[in-house]
Design a protein around this ligand. Structure first.
Ligand code: BGC
Length: 332
């Protein structure tokens, strides 16, 4: 009888122990499954790493290019590393380009400010890193494609506006972002080629602002003092119009001037509304940034792309302003 009792006790004890172990392992398996499910739900790391390098990281214009690219990031499973010097500095911009090449990113989108960019663009391409130029092209490099304004056309539009809106003799002072940089050269070239159609319009002097508003103001001030006959101004970079207006105001000469500025930044739109700027040439910085990512992904995936993607460039006068484009920034 005792033996049977002991057997029962052993059996019950074994049963309870087995049950305990089963529950213990069941819980572990459950926790493990939950962990796996959580990990699967985690957003994975983006598949592609793209470097975007512009002229001046925090410049109002470049901020819009960066914002456009960042908005496209999620759609294309991409991480966009938006970079640029703090102040316009082509040497530093070249270093950033070199760093992007050394870190073997999947693609590089870069503003090719001048001839020196060609060497590094070709180096990247030879290493198998596709390069797209943005805002300013390097057509004789190995770059895959260009996205941005037709800068020669932008200059022509500025010239046509001047022809349309003025009569009689016009003496123009030009303030350009840079003598060295390709896009500013094209903007001046396009302008010159249009105004030369009429003898009544002459350029009296050209100065450069280094895309700085203080320098635009200084140069416009100097031009107004040195050339009392100036009746019009053409500024080829974002802050040039602002500097020209400030200089003309301080000399009480704004009333008699016709002023063309560049880029639909809030301040330029304000000046247009107040009739202090007569015309603003509008580019599409947000669109450039946004589209550049899709194009880069097409290239990475081996699709054929066009040689150039021109974004829209437009002439804006006060009469063209509507509630929607008054917000400034990109005229999207
Ligand atoms: C040009 C950019 C430049 C920016 C700031 C824009 O008009 O397209 O290349 O960096 O102005 O001056």
């Amino acid at each position: 009888m005792n033996r049977t009792k002991n057997l029962y006790i052993v059996l019950i004890f074994s049963f309870i122990t087995a049950l305990g172990f089963s529950l213990y392992f069941y819980n572990h398996v459950q926790e493990y499954d939950e962990k796996i499910a959580k990990m699967k739900a985690l957003p994975s790391l983006p598949q592609y790493h793209i470097a975007l390098i512009g002229e001046e990281k925090d410049h109002d214009y470049w901020r819009l290019v960066g914002e456009g690219a960042k908005e496209a990031e999620v759609i294309y499973d991409t991480f966009v590393e938006y970079e640029g010097p703090k102040r316009s500095n082509p040497e530093e911009q070249l270093k950033l380009l070199d760093m992007a090449i050394q870190s073997n990113v999947d693609g590089i989108i870069v503003q090719a400010l001048n001839e020196n960019f060609k060497v590094l663009i070709n180096e990247a391409e030879n290493k198998g890193i596709p390069v797209v130029t943005i805002d300013t092209d390097a057509p004789d490099s190995m770059r895959e494609t260009y996205i941005g304004t037709d800068n020669y056309l932008a200059g022509q539009l500025a010239g046509e506006a001047l022809l349309e809106d003025t009569t009689g003799e016009v003496n123009v002072g030009v303030v350009t972002g840079s003598f060295q940089n390709k896009h500013h050269q094209l903007r001046v070239e396009g302008f010159k080629d249009v105004i030369k159609k009429e003898d009544r319009i002459k350029i009296v002097a050209i100065e450069e602002s280094n895309i700085l508003r203080v320098e635009s103001e200084d140069k416009a001030y100097q031009l107004l003092n040195d050339h009392k006959n100036i009746t019009a101004f053409y500024g080829t970079s974002s802050y040039d119009g602002i500097g020209i207006v400030a200089a003309a105001k301080s000399l009480d000469r704004l009333e008699d001037l016709y002023v063309i500025g560049f880029d639909t930044l809030d301040e330029n739109i304000e000046l247009l509304k107040n009739e202090e700027l007569n015309v603003v040439i509008g580019q599409q910085p947000f669109q450039m940034g946004y589209d550049s990512i899709g194009i880069m992904l097409d290239i990475i995936k081996g699709k054929t792309v066009e040689d150039i993607y021109y974004t829209e460039v437009s002439i804006l006068r006060k009469s063209d302003l509507t509630a929607s484009n008054n917000k400034g920034g990109a005229d999207d």
